[in-house]
Write a protein that binds this ligand. Sequence first.
Ligand code: R5P
Length: 266
Amino acid sequence: MDWGMKNRLSKIIRPETGRTVMLAVDHGYFLGPTTGLEEPGKTVEPLLQYADTLMLTRGVLRSCMDASKNVPIVLRVSGGTSILGNLADEGTTVSMRDALRLNVSGVAMSIFVGSELERKSLLALADLINEAEEFGVPVLAVTAVGKEMARDARYLGLACRIAAELGAHVVKTYYCEEFEKVVKNCPVPIVIAGGKKIPEREAIELSYNAVRRGAVGVDMGRNIFQSEHPVAMIRTVREIVHKDLAPDKAWDLFNTLAREKGKAFA
Ligand code: R5P
């Protein structure tokens, strides 16, 4: 692996722990003004210092983020579809040249394994990786799950392995039963998405279980920025990911941090 690739990867996955807390705020690329991200700059501002990496789109990066903040960026470079259409029909939306101009540490693209557009989506990932390799830019492959797909170890294991075989440097997927099998069968680091907002206690357990079973961290969005206490949540997730804080202690920490803001959870 060349120096530039290694250097960029070290900005995504922290060398000190081999783990990462990625803050995902790219949802608008197909969901539009997602709850909590109506004004992305305001949402992200208090959370940034606790994120190892920020995942977002070119438009939000340019229009809402302070370029002087030194947070590594993983840029979503796929899109072109919306929640109203066929999501699997995504294409590449940002050139590598522009991604480099934005000084990103990595680029991200979804794949739709098992969809009728599987081939198109996988070859788009391969094309992106071919280009990214030329410039030493890591590629994060996101295993998108269609409504008809099961979020189980068999399906997610298949999707993660294919992404890795095509050359993705990091894979983002969902947590599932027998998650360790997904990790074992994927030769590159895996981060988990949080998915739809769930109670904080459950999101804490999800994060803990994922890293205990081999994920290198989270690429989490809604369970942080849609929490009533987003700063407490990201700080707690950070302790879980980087220090293996167990769920009971993490829940106590979350409540302590939330209480500092004036409202405790039961
Ligand atoms: C979806 O494909 C987007 O890439 C999100 O970044 C991803 O789902 C992670 O966000 P959340 O934790 O809200 O699921």
